[in-house]
Design a protein around this ligand. Structure first.
Ligand code: DAH
Length: 342
């Protein structure tokens, strides 16, 4: 076969192959086959050596023309293919902006979490540190060290879930006071949030609920310090006009013990349904730490005094948000929880 025939054959092959090309990928294979370094046209160019010198310029022209013709053919094909492929991609990626959107529901903080966070922020602003004790306690921390030995009638104030002879679900975060005081000498200023458990179940009681305990021990701490701190706390959580009042009460681990009321933030103290017409709402228990408790933890009760307080987080949440049934706080009904989105 002479060169002219070879050129003709290549042209025919290219025409036939091009008619079959459906994608840029197969076009690339074709390019390599004919125009690549080891491709068929390059092979012809290499063979020029074997041609008699007087024929070479003529052959060179023919081969260059063939190469140019091939390149143009491929280029034209390529731009056509690119456009087709782009079109196909666009139609595949088409987005129908009129379709209804997928609505994802935002979460919201549980009212308990809102109140706990608010309390932590108020008290840490006053210099309290957070301490979290265990939910499974032994009798010593939950009762005995809190001046409530085995035969003490005050044990009946809390219906306890026992896990074993000496092991129970803590009934009060007050247990944490002991854990802190036996490890650390005053000054002590801690806040202890957590879950507590009692065999109790009605519209205002749940077998599991949350408390927030506070403890301050230092030289010269008095009931006035407690009252001042409570005033500040009540104003911050219930509003600037709220006042506090202390009523005598009894807890084994405090002496004197008090029940703390706030003036009704709903009616301003005139009497309404929330405060049952009294103008006052009970919010927490508190008192001066009983010297037996201090001494039991190795703290010199002649040198140091302290106050403690404990409140139910659900109770504060119910008061603040006007929730009338505690069950709502535990059922996880999103129609209820949605209302607490900021
Ligand atoms: N632990 C008490 C209870 O669960 C609440 C309490 C009262 C805590 C007086 C205190 C306190 O720290 O001083 O009913």
């Amino acid at each position: 076969m002479n060169v002219q025939e070879k050129i003709k054959k290549i042209e025919e092959q290219i025409e036939a192959a091009v008619a079959d090309v459906k994608s840029s990928k197969t076009l690339l294979d074709l390019k390599l086959r004919f125009l690549g370094k080891t491709g068929e046209i390059s092979a012809l160019l290499k063979n020029m050596r074997d041609i008699p010198p007087e024929q070479r310029p003529q052959m060179g022209k023919l081969l260059n023309a063939l190469r140019q013709w091939t390149e143009e053919k491929f280029d034209k094909l390529e731009s056509g293919l690119k456009q087709l492929e782009l079109k196909a991609r666009y139609s595949q990626e088409k987005i129908d902006v009129t379709m209804p959107a997928n609505i994802t529901e935002d979460g919201a903080y549980h009212p308990n979490t809102l109140i706990r966070n608010e309390l932590i922020s108020i008290f840490s602003g006053m210099g309290f540190e957070i301490f979290e004790g265990p939910e499974i306690e032994n009798d010593y921390y939950n009762f005995t060290a809190l001046n409530t030995p085995k035969d003490h009638p005050a044990r009946d104030m809390q219906d306890t879930f026992y896990l074993a002879e000496d092991l129970l679900l803590r009934t009060q975060t007050s247990a944490g006071q002991i854990r802190v005081m036996e490890k650390k000498q005053p000054p002590i200023k801690i806040l202890s949030p957590g879950k507590v458990y009692r065999s109790d179940d009605d519209a205002t009681h749940s077998p599991m609920f949350s408390q927030m305990e506070g403890l301050v021990v230092d030289k010269g701490i008095t009931l006035c310090d407690l009252k001042g701190m409570l005033d500040e706390f009540a104003r911050k959580i219930f509003g600037g006009a709220v006042k506090t009042r202390l009523r005598p009460s009894y807890f084994p681990f405090t002496e004197p013990s008090v029940e703390v009321d706030v003036s009704c933030f709903e009616c301003g103290g005139n009497g309404c349904r929330l405060c049952k017409g009294t103008g006052w709402i009970e919010v927490l228990g508190a008192g001066m730490v009983n010297r037996h408790v201090l001494e039991g933890c190795g703290i010199d009760a002649d040198e140091y005094t302290g106050f403690a307080f404990g409140m139910g987080i659900e109770r504060i949440a119910m008061l603040k948000y006007g929730i009338n049934n505690m069950k709502l706080l535990f059922e996880g009904d999103t129609r209820f929880l949605k209302q607490f989105k900021d």
